[in-house]
Design a protein around this ligand. Structure first.
Ligand SMILES: Cc1cc2nc3c(=O)[nH]c(=O)nc-3n(C[C@H](O)[C@H](O)[C@H](O)COP(=O)(O)OP(=O)(O)OC[C@H]3O[C@@H](n4cnc5c(N)ncnc54)[C@H](O)[C@@H]3O)c2cc1C
Length: 413
């Protein structure tokens, strides 16, 4: 990277904050700055519309969420307040979650461990035995790898027929390389609750997200983010990928200078192609793994009231199927979500999300810590799904971005 003199810098457009990526994280960070009276910022986005993985397209006369099925959790009041200021509450519809698992041709409500009672008695007994054996095994220490954790937590039969094949499909990596730092995403159902649900023929236990959820009543999930982008006016540049960052001078694309911080919400593995990275940090970045997800649309309506269905059958390429007509008013059809490494055929409409899921490998936490320490020394802050490499939902992304904006404004430079 060329070194810039003070004179050259004085001709650049200067902002206190330059934010890279206008997904939910970048948008929430920018709007929180604005709400707190800080207007010296620029948000740079490579796509022509803001929203990142939460964008929607129009397909067969109705919205389709190109990053896969997206539903808004209702837990965080501050997040809802921010989003409702762009798409008012009355423009969202509330749904009770109906999601199913396809097991041996039958459909069971998610999560399996709270809904075993929907299976034939012989299967219920086998699955109960599997979970009981696991929960009451004498070796009690929690395993480090996700694969071992699955068998430790669910026992052999549930693992073999559901958890292992499903996770092999969605991640398409050796499951023994995955860590357990993201297990808060999984349902919390004790053995007692599993047993109780079989006896009383109703679910017990806690779902971490989306027991009920919101989805826009007259648009796709992308609309709220599109509006958030639009309302930033000239503070957002669309269709403009970041292709260079001079980390010494905090100059982006040889045109924009950050006087205080660069906020990075894009995947760190993109950075070595556009900036000088010390080799030790480059090695840490190489440890970050991700999956790509193909979204394929088909116009056929499926005979189910489920909003989505998980499929652990490894002979079927997709791992999840979204019934658009069951949550997007006035629409028809369904789409599949498939790890791109397993994709075999394209639907009537097709989109590949190159960066879809950050993979929580065992070595990820230390790699992210090293990268963040290095970036912090250069006044670069990693934020959101890719800046922190965390498998987070958009409400968490918004909440963390707003917190970060508040913290940075409170910290004297
Ligand atoms: C299949 C799937 C289903 C999901 N379902 C849900 C759900 O139901 N509910 C929920 O709350 N969350 C869901 N999520 C998670 C949600 O998508 C993320 O939490 C959210 O998008 C994170 O926002 P972000 O801004 O951190 O990242 P992103 O949305 O990925 O935004 C990053 C932005 O950076 C831009 N960018 C990349 N490279 C460059 C560059 N060189 N220059 C400039 N810009 C660049 C991208 O175009 C993008 O706009 C789901 C995710 C997936 C993949």
């Amino acid at each position: 990277m060329a070194f810039r003199t003070h004179d050259t810098l004085s001709f650049m457009k200067q902002y206190n904050y330059i934010i890279i990526g206008a997904g939910p994280s970048g948008l929430a960070f920018a709007h929180t700055l604005k709400q707190l009276g800080e207007t010296s910022f620029l948000l740079i986005e490579k796509e022509s519309v803001a929203g990142g993985l939460c964008r929607s397209a129009q397909v067969e006369g109705a919205p389709l969420d190109i990053g896969g099925g997206h539903f808004l959790d209702e837990k965080r009041r501050d997040v809802l307040d921010l989003l409702f200021s762009f798409l008012p509450r009355e423009d969202w519809k509330q749904y009770s979650r109906i999601s199913k698992i396809k097991l041996h041709g039958a459909y069971v409500d998610y999560p399996l461990e709270a809904n075993l009672w929907q299976l034939p008695i012989a299967d219920q007994l086998d699955f109960l035995e599997s979970i009981a054996e696991a929960r009451f095994a004498s070796n009690a220490s929690t395993p480090q790898s996700f694969e071992d954790w699955i068998v430790w937590h669910f026992g052999k039969r549930v693992s073999r027929e559901y958890m292992l094949p499903y996770n092999r499909k969605i991640w398409s990596v050796d499951l023994s390389t995955l860590g357990t730092d993201w297990l808060y995403k999984l349902p919390d159902v004790s053995f007692r609750q599993t047993l109780q649900s079989c006896l009383e023929r109703q679910p017990y236990g806690k779902l971490p997200a989306h027991r009920t959820f919101l989805y826009p009543a007259h648009s796709g999930f992308g609309e709220v983010w599109r509006r958030m982008g639009e309302s930033l006016g000239d503070s957002l540049i669309l269709s403009s990928a970041v292709t260079s960052v001079d980390i010494r001078s905090l100059v982006v694309n040889r045109t924009f200078k950050a006087k205080k911080k660069i906020i990075n919400t894009i995947p760190w593995p993109l950075w070595p192609s556009f900036t000088d990275i010390p080799s030790a940090i480059g090695e840490q970045i190489k440890k970050l793994k991700w999956t790509s997800i193909d979204v394929d649309y088909y116009s056929e309506d499926l005979p189910t009231n489920a909003q989505w269905i998980y499929d652990p059958d490894e002979n079927v390429p997709h791992h999840r199927l979204l019934c658009r007509n069951n949550f997007c008013q006035g629409s028809r059809g369904h789409w599949t979500e498939t790890n791109s490494l397993r994709a075999k055929q394209q639907g009537q409409w097709h989109y590949r999300n190159i960066f879809a899921y950050p993979v929580s490998t065992i070595e990820k936490p230390r790699a992210v810590e090293s990268i963040s320490d290095w970036a912090g020394c250069h006044h670069i802050v990693g934020l959101g799904r890719w800046g922190t490499w965390a498998h987070m939902n958009c409400d968490v992304a918004v909440s963390e971005a707003s917190d970060m904006a508040r913290r940075l404004l409170e910290t004297p430079f």
